[in-house]
Design a protein around this ligand. Sequence first.
Ligand SMILES: *Cc1c(COP(=O)(O)O)cnc(C)c1O
Length: 229
Amino acid sequence: MSHLALQGLLDRISVASVAAGNKQPRLLAVSKSQDSLAVMYVAAQGQRAFGENYVQEASIKRAAIIRSGATQDLEWHLIGGLQSNKCKQAAKLFDWIHSVDRQQLVSELSKHRPDGLPPLNILIQVNIDDEGSKNGCRPDEVADLADLISRSPRLALRGIMVIPQPHEQIEARRPAFKHAKALFEDMRSKFSQVDTLSMGMSNDFELAIEEGSTMIRVGSALFGPRARR
Ligand SMILES: *Cc1c(COP(=O)(O)O)cnc(C)c1O
């Protein structure tokens, strides 16, 4: 990756936010399939929040970074689908989980979040329009899940995450973003601590910013293309 990639991306985010008249979203640097050196390189330029799809991969990477002594103060977000048998490990490793989509995950994460750590920040992943995806709850399931999370010890309900159907025409993703924003505003009106709408990736973050995203998840536009797993 180029040493200019982060600054160039931050510039694009600023421009898109100003153009939309919206507050600038937080940048989550999606480091899946990138090695720990790539993470440290971006962290050295001031980026703090990193997103990973797999618990095991994140665990190895994070241990290598801590061992190197380079940067202790990073924030780790799980953005990939979570299996219940990985909740114990995930609850210790991550600061945020974006992919909570069923009750079982809520009780497992709550049970396993260590007492010595701050509450685990939780986003509910909602399947807005992608029939092809197994991940995400239905929009009509959000209210009950939000309620459960808000009552669970050691968890902090923060908002919603969506991945719209990957229409090639970026503009065709707009209705899904609008729907997500409406669900987010509804949740925010009920729970004062809710402040995060995680939507937008490398090829659609500018549209997501127009539609009110507060956190964008960007991988390839920052690190370059990923090797296939
Ligand atoms: C991989 C991934 C991203 C980042 O994708 P890019 O297109 O590389 O920016 C964002 N969110 C989720 C859930 C992902 O799995």
